[in-house]
Write a protein that binds this ligand. Structure first.
Ligand code: CUA
Length: 331
């Protein structure tokens, strides 16, 4: 059957154009009929109004025909909806996590990415969730628009038929930078996809720097010692600082624990001379926190290895070969 041979995208489009075409046709039909009746039964031509009572045939027709048309529209809408909901059993799962204001994608291998990279012509199942508020994962090219809800899993799937980059938007207003909550679906051929998947993940100070850049940290915190809304990151690591905490003034060391706390709950200890304006960021995964700590530490002149947290002792996949052949900063 013709319909079965269509992709979900084509089925959704079919329903859209059918309903759009039907609506346009009905608009034209009713407008013309109304204009005709205004002319045909105007007072000068038809001075005495006639009251028609009871016409079983007319009533049957105007009940049946619209019912059939509306059921038809529903049927094709349902076909498009089913196509988006019925995930092929061989679909590759990818977890999508939304947060204010970015998307992250986690692959079955544990690999993380800020853009969604998928192989050409393979079904991909997205399992979506949010770590803060409701967002909506919107990829117009694949006719996907699915809410991400904290504490809940939703799903969507697609099969990309052409290689290239496709836009991802957030389609649910979620705060200040909702409009900047963008990502990309990158469709690669099988070989390029496999190469990408097996490429070791960037980590450490360089990844921490990129992450902080992406989060907008540097608009308040400089890395070169210059003044800003917030304290500079340069030389901050492990230096003695004066902070205000719960009405008390303390002298403490800006160590790993303090830095982490200042990201998760900045209001807990406010550095002397600064206002409590930074929003809390309680939802960074541990690996990302570690990367950011490494970056902050790298700005202190201390060697990161000297003070590495215990949990970093276990090497993550592929670290050694990359660092050996590809010095930091060179990509
Ligand atoms: Cu996330 Cu709008």
């Amino acid at each position: 059957m013709y319909l079965e041979s269509l992709s979900p995208v084509q089925k959704v489009d079919f329903a859209f154009y059918l309903i759009f075409g039907f609506s346009a046709f009905m608009l034209a039909l009713l407008t013309c009929a109304a204009a005709y009746f205004v002319w045909r039964y105007r007072a000068s031509r038809h001075p005495i109004a006639v009251d028609i009572k009871g016409n079983a045939l007319a009533e049957t027709i105007w009940t049946l025909i619209p019912s059939i048309m509306v059921i038809g529209l529903f049927y094709y809408g349902w076909v498009g909806y089913k196509a988006l909901r019925d995930v092929p059993p061989d679909a590759m799962p990818v977890t999508v996590t939304a947060r204010m204001w970015s998307w992250s994608f986690t692959y079955p291998s544990g690999k993380h990415s800020k853009i969604l990279v998928v192989p050409l012509d393979k079904p991909v199942k997205l399992e979506l969730t949010s770590s803060d508020v409701i967002h909506s994962f919107f990829v117009p090219a694949f006719r996907i628009k699915m809410d991400t809800v904290p504490g809940m899993k939703t799903y969507a799937w697609f099969r990309a038929e052409r290689a290239g980059d496709y836009d991802v938007f957030c389609a649910e207003y979620c705060g200040d930078k909702h409009a900047e909550m963008l990502s990309t679906v990158r469709v690669l051929d099988e070989a390029a996809y496999t190469a990408w998947l097996n490429q070791p993940e960037e980590e450490g100070a360089e990844a921490g720097k990129k992450l902080m850049d992406a989060q907008g940290c540097f608009s308040c915190h400089s890395v070169d010692g210059s003044a800003g809304v917030g304290p500079t990151f340069k030389g901050a690591w492990n230096h003695m600082v004066t902070v205000h905490a719960g009405g008390k003034t303390l002298k403490i060391k800006a160590d790993d624990a303090y830095m982490r706390e200042s990201i998760i709950d900045p209001a807990a200890k406010i550095l002397d001379g600064f206002d409590n304006t930074m929003p809390p960021y309680p939802d960074f995964p541990k690996e990302q926190m570690d990367d950011m700590m490494e970056f902050l530490q790298s700005l202190s002149g201390e060697t990161p290895a000297g003070n590495a947290p215990v949990n970093d002792a276990a090497p993550r996949n592929g670290t050694a070969p990359v660092n050996a052949t590809n010095p930091a900063g060179q990509r």
